[in-house]
Design a protein around this ligand. Structure first.
Ligand SMILES: *[C@@H]1O[C@H](CO)[C@@H](O)[C@H](O)[C@H]1NC(C)=O
Ligand SMILES: *[C@@H]1O[C@H](CO)[C@@H](O)[C@H](O)[C@H]1NC(C)=O
Ligand SMILES: *[C@@H]1O[C@H](CO)[C@@H](O)[C@H](O)[C@H]1NC(C)=O
Ligand SMILES: *[C@@H]1O[C@H](CO)[C@@H](O)[C@H](O)[C@H]1NC(C)=O
Ligand SMILES: *[C@@H]1O[C@H](CO)[C@@H](O)[C@H](O)[C@H]1NC(C)=O
Ligand SMILES: *[C@@H]1O[C@H](CO)[C@@H](O)[C@H](O)[C@H]1NC(C)=O
Ligand SMILES: *[C@@H]1O[C@H](CO)[C@@H](O)[C@H](O)[C@H]1NC(C)=O
Ligand SMILES: *[C@@H]1O[C@H](CO)[C@@H](O)[C@H](O)[C@H]1NC(C)=O
Ligand SMILES: *[C@@H]1O[C@H](CO)[C@@H](O)[C@H](O)[C@H]1NC(C)=O
Ligand SMILES: *[C@@H]1O[C@H](CO)[C@@H](O)[C@H](O)[C@H]1NC(C)=O
Length: 502
């Protein structure tokens, strides 16, 4: 043994365990928490939540795949990462994204800090598009890349495997994507360099459309229906333009459709529950489980029948912006619940914090690693935050729905539209002594929605016209600040100082 190797051995024994923690992020697609989306995840709840922390108030800062995933990757609000929608011209995996934002993704810093990085599954909806480098483009920061081309699919997809296109058919044994992600993760854990810390991101197609169920689960939840409580099949009569359009009660065909989707979402999630168990078992086998932080979350929520909208995300309400968030890891006490609001932009700063990086000033989020230490004082955590969304539309009328549009999108089933260019909004969500949401729309009515979630948890009553006008003024001022914040000023604690609780 030469001197260098000897020193390396000494160093890894003496410092190895204090700084070299591994991190795993399991990210699902479209999984809600409000409508019982975690029910099928029995093993996940036991293996991650019960072994660590279940967050009761975790949110996406924007309820659509590509902008939300871009927020997770960069730790930035959409007004700072500039990914507006799921299209290339809205910056979803665009050439400008690759040039400006990709070098700022957390994995780039982890890699610089000596981590081995592994990615498998869905990335950004337009990843792999021919005009932006195709499958040859491997995003910066990933040593082991198994990125899905395009949007979620379970069969008949293409992966970029470290830049080479790998086409898949529809063999359950060979191609079912959730299982393939699990298998590739296990292979990585077996073949990685064992003395180097790793970061793994496993991004499942479940429970996004087309909801293709693994044959082993096709009979599960066969009589399950979407929950009928809260705002199910209620007319959004005093809400913004888009929410006033759906007929209520919904058509029976819409209800049948959404019940079927609800069932299939849960069925596809059972495969994710298996993935979680497999990965945790393997971490144990390779003796890394006690040295690994495991995060489980979703890119945003989902709805099935709320306010008579059949199925989708994209709305400002709790069902679309709340996400599951479970974390276990070294030093985290088991069976904790934490109610401080955590945002998807906090994930990147938390990963960097675990790796021993100072949280970057350019990130809008904040590390929640200290919050998970049960002895820490939680008083100084944020009390409010921003949710912002740019509506998607179509310039042409959909020939299948001649009575709606142009300017709208996602009009199925039964020509009920779930999005529009003017479904563009920004909200302040406050969770302190008061539990409020204040939203402004960029539409021809400059529409305002305000909810008191203490008295109205299902957001049935818009109090914009009845609440004390001075509260509206304060919330409008706070919104203006948050909409232009960047880095540090997004992290300032507010709400109480602004008198929202008076
Ligand atoms: C796309 O991103 C680039 C660089 O980040 C920015 O200059 C541009 O304005 C963005 N486009 C949109 C539509 O926001
Ligand atoms: C996959 O593609 C083949 C060939 O086009 C087609 O026959 C099959 O139905 C597809 N399978 C799925 C699950 O979409
Ligand atoms: C994953 O691995 C399991 C166990 O080895 C195997 O039965 C299954 O067919 C594999 N699935 C895929 C999609 O690779
Ligand atoms: C649901 O599954 C159970 C158990 O497999 C079976 O007994 C029952 O007949 C099924 N019901 C329907 C409606 O398919
Ligand atoms: C719709 O479903 C309801 C409740 O199941 C039923 O009473 C009604 O007759 C159905 N309407 C039509 C048009 O099928
Ligand atoms: C993890 O467990 C192994 C035994 O399985 C032990 O040798 C090691 O010191 C533990 N590491 C930490 C960080 O607790
Ligand atoms: C936490 O800090 C606040 C403000 O500094 C203080 O008022 C409070 O007593 C502290 N709580 C605990 C449990 O130490
Ligand atoms: C996506 O955003 C771009 C830039 O703002 C816009 O031109 C385009 O129409 C949007 N796409 C959709 C489907 O709304
Ligand atoms: C929103 O856009 C639709 C479609 O272009 C239009 O019909 C409607 O009047 C707009 N509503 C508001 C309040 O801007
Ligand atoms: C919200 O509702 C709670 C419970 O009814 C009430 O105490 C509080 O004053 C309300 N807040 C506002 C701003 O209306």
């Amino acid at each position: 043994m030469n001197l260098a190797a000897f020193l390396f051995l000494i160093l890894s024994f003496s410092f190895g365990h204090c700084v070299r923690r591994n991190i795993v992020l399991i990210l699902t697609d479209d999984q809600d928490v409000e409508l019982a989306g975690m029910t099928p995840m029995k093993k996940t709840r036991a293996l991650i939540g019960d072994a660590g922390v279940t967050f009761l108030n975790a949110f996406a800062v924007t309820p659509l795949c590509c902008p939300s995933r871009s927020a997770i990757l960069t730790g930035k609000y959409p007004h700072n990462h500039l990914v507006r929608n799921n299209s290339l011209n809205g910056n979803c995996s665009s050439a400008q994204w690759q040039k400006v934002m990709e070098p700022q993704v957390f994995s780039v810093y982890l890699k610089k800090h000596g981590y081995q990085t592994f990615y498998a599954g869905k990335y950004l909806n337009k990843y792999g598009h021919a005009t932006v480098g195709g499958t040859a483009h491997v995003p910066l920061g990933w040593d082991h890349w198994h990125g899905l081309v395009g949007n979620s699919k379970y069969y008949n997809y293409t992966l970029s495997v470290n830049g080479a296109a790998e086409k898949h058919g529809d063999s359950y044994q060979k191609d079912y994507l959730t299982d393939l992600i699990a298998n590739r993760s296990i292979e990585f854990l077996k073949s990685r360099k064992s003395h180097v810390p790793f970061f793994m991101m496993l991004s499942t197609p479940a429970c996004h459309s087309p909801w293709t169920v693994a044959p082993r689960y096709s009979k599960s939840y066969n009589i399950t229906k979407a929950p009928r409580h809260g705002s199910f099949n209620v007319h959004g009569k005093d809400k913004h333009w888009l929410l006033r359009q759906p007929k209520s009660p919904m058509k029976n065909t819409s209800i049948e459709f959404l019940d079927n989707v609800f069932r299939r979402r849960w069925q596809t999630l059972l495969s994710v529950d298996d993935l979680v168990e497999k990965v945790i078992n393997e971490l144990e086998k390779v003796k890394e489980l006690n040295n690994t932080y495991i995060f489980y979350t979703s890119d945003h929520g989902y709805h099935t029948g709320q306010f008579s909208l059949p199925i989708d995300k994209r709305q400002l309400y709790e069902f679309d912006i709340r996400v599951p968030l479970l974390v276990r890891g070294p030093g985290i006490k088991a069976k904790q619940t934490i109610k401080e609001p955590i945002l998807n932009i906090d994930l990147a700063p938390t990963f960097l914090n675990i790796a021993g990086y100072d949280v970057l000033q350019s990130m809008d989020g904040k590390s929640f690693l200290p919050l998970m230490d049960s002895s820490q004082n939680k008083t100084h955590w944020r009390k409010d935050f921003l949710v912002e969304y740019t509506g998607e539309g179509d310039d042409k009328t959909d020939p299948a729905c001649p009575n709606v549009g142009p300017g709208v999108a996602e009009c199925f089933p039964d020509c009920v539209c779930e999005d529009a260019f003017n479904n563009t909004y920004a909200c302040v969500r406050t969770l302190s002594k008061s539990n409020l949401q204040y939203c402004e729309f960029a539409d021809s009515e400059s529409f305002v929605e305000v909810y008191n979630l203490t008295s109205d948890p299902h957001q049935l009553i818009n109090i914009a016209k009845t609440v004390d006008p001075s509260l509206l003024v304060k919330m409008n001022q706070r919104l203006i600040k948050l909409e232009s914040c960047s880095g540090n000023d997004c992290r300032l604690i507010k709400a109480e100082e602004d008198g929202f609780d008076s």
